[in-house]
Design a protein around this ligand. Structure first.
Ligand code: FES
Length: 78
């Protein structure tokens, strides 16, 4: 398995994660990804199989094109 994890923001589509990763639910239980090393996570909110993309973004006309940019420094922790 790859050492790094890469997240690609697809134009008008999902977040594709590739590499070494785990996905957990709100209780910390890990999803069984059946050996997948690449998976797409929904960012449009329309998937019937959240958190995974099921292609609904295309049927719902999801529009979001982003460009890589620098973020401001994180706020100091109290
Ligand atoms: S991004 Fe594909 S269904 Fe939401």
């Amino acid at each position: 398995m790859a050492d790094t994890t890469e997240i690609n923001v697809f134009p008008n589509g999902p977040l594709r994660i590739t590499g070494n990763f785990v996905i957990k639910d709100g209780q910390g239980k890990e999803f069984d990804l059946a050996g997948r090393t690449t998976i797409a996570l929904c960012r449009c909110g329309h998937s019937a199989n959240k958190p995974f993309c099921d292609g609904s973004h295309a049927r719902n006309g999801f529009q979001s094109v982003v460009e890589a940019r620098a973020l401001p420094p994180p706020a100091p922790k109290p």
